[in-house]
Design a protein around this ligand. Structure first.
Ligand code: HEC
Length: 257
């Protein structure tokens, strides 16, 4: 039984010109895949203001994310250990409120003003000089309002507007599904085992469907963020693998009849 795809025909039987042309197009597609990967990192990485693409970045894009202020996070997890509970409460209330800049150095609060508490309880390790010298590990300076303002505000990252999500879906759905239809057809006309050909077709199709559906479902629930990432990875891998197999089919020696 012929191990080729469509009615026993395989791409290796095409003429030289056709094989050259197809190969060039496949290389262009491979370049396109690599560029997509690069674009994805550039486009998403800075949503949480940390380098690299994290789940938080992806969640920010498709669902929105609340990223608590660094200062709030540190105080909530019990840092620094020696801080009196009443003082911690004062700082937490201040950071949780809406008058963070107004009350920072409030005269009415006197010694309980956040600026005073930070000065007496934190600056031994968090003064500008300390974080550049003997307390490098404490990293953030908390000496002036300018320092404090950088870590005092919690941020809400909004997901991309619906209009943009729709535009992105329209280009990706049409172009990627078309790409996968072509790759699938070519892959079916290769000599490789049916399990591999059919399996890659199934993976590409299902993962693309899951990925694009996930973009929309994630607006309602952040539970879809991980599936988006997994499906995207599976789709890219299945597509790259299909491309490589098709290239191999085009240039490996003909199978003995
Ligand atoms: C004895 C030294 C010391 C004191 C006092 C101290 N810190 Fe720190 N702080 C550190 C060190 C060391 C780190 C880095 C390790 C860590 O995150 O626990 C740090 C980290 C932090 C961070 C960054 C957390 C992060 O996730 O990157 C913040 C914000 C912070 N401290 C706030 C404060 C505040 C507010 C006070 C006073 C109420 C304070 N610290 C008092 C030593 C200190």
């Amino acid at each position: 039984m012929a191990n080729g795809g469509l009615a026993g025909f395989t791409l290796r039987e095409l003429g030289l010109g056709a094989r050259l042309g197809l190969s060039a197009l496949l290389l262009v597609l491979l370049g396109g895949l690599a560029a997509s990967g690069y674009h994805l990192v550039e486009h998403h990485q800075n949503r949480d203001e940390q380098p690299g693409v994290s789940l938080t970045d992806i969640q920010g894009a498709y669902h929105g994310v609340q990223s608590p202020a660094l200062l709030l996070g540190a105080l909530e997890r019990g840092h620094p250990e020696g801080l009196a509970p009443a003082e911690r409460t004062t700082l937490l209330t201040w950071l949780g409120g809406t008058r963070i800049s107004e009350d920072y150095d409030s005269l009415e609060l006197g010694d309980a003003a956040p600026a005073e508490l930070l000065a007496t309880r934190c600056l031994s390790c968090h003064s500008r000089a300390a974080v550049q010298g003997e307390h490098k590990d404490a990293r953030v300076a908390l000496e002036y309002w300018e320092d404090v303002a950088r870590v005092a505000f919690s941020k809400r990252v909004e997901p991309v507007p619906l209009k943009i999500l729709a535009a992105s879906t329209h280009t990706h759905a049409l172009s990627l599904a078309t790409l996968s239809l072509v790759l699938g057809a070519l892959l079916l006309a290769t000599r490789f085992p049916a399990l591999l050909r059919n399996g890659l077709c199934a993976l590409a199709g299902l993962s693309l469907l899951a990925d694009l559906a996930g973009w929309w479902l994630a607006r309602g629930s952040p539970a879809w963020v991980v599936p988006i990432v997994v499906a995207g990875g599976v789709y890219a891998t299945a597509s790259a693998l299909s491309l490589l197999l098709i290239l191999l089919e085009l240039w490996l020696p003909r199978r003995a009849a």
